[in-house]
Structure formats: C-alpha cells, structure tokens
Design a protein around this ligand. Structure first.
Ligand code: AMP
Length: 191
C-alpha cells in the first residue's frame, strides 16, 4: 500500500491537495478533522467532546483520535493506499499509528510536509472562514492558537519520520497546480 502522511500547519493546503492526490493516485482520503466535524454535526458523544477542544483551536486528546484510526485502516486494507490528512498531529499519535500499521503488516510510505509562511496561513484561513462558515477559521485569536499548537505539538512529528528517512519537505507557496506538481514528483519517487 502507498500510505502518505500529508502534513503541515492549518491552512497549508492539505485538504485541497488531498482531493487532487486521491483522484490521481486512487487513494482513500482519511481526514481526522472531517471525521470530527461529522461527529459534531451528528451530535454524537464523541462530537460533543471534540467540539470543546476544536472551538478553542486546541487538539482533541490523543486517546480519542487514536481510537478512530484502527477501524478506518481495517476498512481499507484492500485499498491502493491511504492519504492521512491532519493525522498524526502529535508524536504519541505517530507512535500509535506505527504500532497499528505494523500489526496489519503495512507502513507509512512517506510524510510530505507542506511549508507555508505564517502570514499566508492566516490570510488563507480567514478567507476559508468567510467562504465556508467554518467557526475555527473566523477568529484571528483561534487561528493564531492553532498555529501555535502546530508549532509546539505537531511540528515535532517531522523528527519522528525524519529519523525513519521518510520526511519530504515541499514548498507550499504558489498556485494549487504548482504545489500539486511538487507533490506528484515526491509521490512518484516514493513508489
Ligand atoms: P483540521 O480540519 O485538520 O484543521 O482539524 C480541525 C480541528 O480538529 C483541529 O484544530 C483539532 O482541534 C481537531 N483535530 C483534527 N485532527 C486532529 C488530530 N489528529 N489530533 C488532535 N486533534 C485533531
């Protein structure tokens, strides 16, 4: 299986690029943010718990998110591969993913990290908030908190994959097509 961790700060383009990747490479898209927003919409217990963290721009606890992934991987073991979008976001999540995948005889093929400057992230997120109505994209202080959480808790996950020789940095500035071109070359060299 071709299992790709698409990584980067909020607003770096993970969602947009995931859509293009799944079409070109026929992979299954797995976004923990999308799943959590679905749970909130359905007003499930998990959704209610997640909302209190997401509204502040904080991370949902590892135990909750890790619990969601085993089932998703099981359901898609016959697929060509997975795009993990927004997961793992902590080193504990990356370690848990490794353990779960090992048990199933699969592995992460590579981490592609989209690098975008902070000013550009804030601009993109505010625009997305206006267009989509997404609550955590409409308030500058929540956006700044999410970027801070990314710097402190999520960015260190790069070291985890770097130590395994699986880390690829990708310039996330430019047009959607330019960035997709860089991603495609990186994926082709993983295959
Ligand atoms: P996203 O759509 O990926 O930007 O995620 C939106 C929000 O969902 C984040 O700000 C977190 O509160 C929560 N979230 C999504 N994925 C994770 C994860 N892997 N670990 C913890 N919280 C997450």
């Amino acid at each position: 299986m071709l299992n790709i961790v698409l990584f980067g700060p909020p607003g770096c383009g993970k969602g947009t690029q995931s859509e293009l990747i799944i079409k070109k490479y026929n992979l299954v898209h797995f976004s923990t943010g999308d799943i959590l927003r679905g749970e909130i919409k359905a007003q499930s217990d998990l959704g209610k718990e997640a909302k209190s963290y997401m509204d502040k721009g904080a991370l949902v606890p590892d135990s909750v998110v890790i619990g969601m992934i085993g089932k998703k991987i099981d359901e898609n073991l016959g697929a060509k591969g997975l795009i993990l979008d927004g997961f793992p976001r902590t080193t504990a999540q990356a370690e848990a993913l490794d353990t779960i995948m090992k048990q199933k005889g699969i592995a992460v093929s590579g981490m592609l990290a989209l690098e975008v400057e902070k000013e550009e992230l804030v601009k993109r997120l505010l625009l997305r908030g206006k267009e989509s109505g997404r609550a955590d994209d409409q308030d500058v202080s929540i956006i700044e908190n999410r970027i801070k959480v990314y710097d402190n808790e999520t960015a260190p996950v790069k070291n985890f994959y770097s130590a395994q020789g699986k880390f690829v940095s990708i310039k996330g500035m430019g047009t959607i097509d330019e960035i997709f071109g860089r991603i495609s070359s990186a994926i082709d060299s993983l295959k």
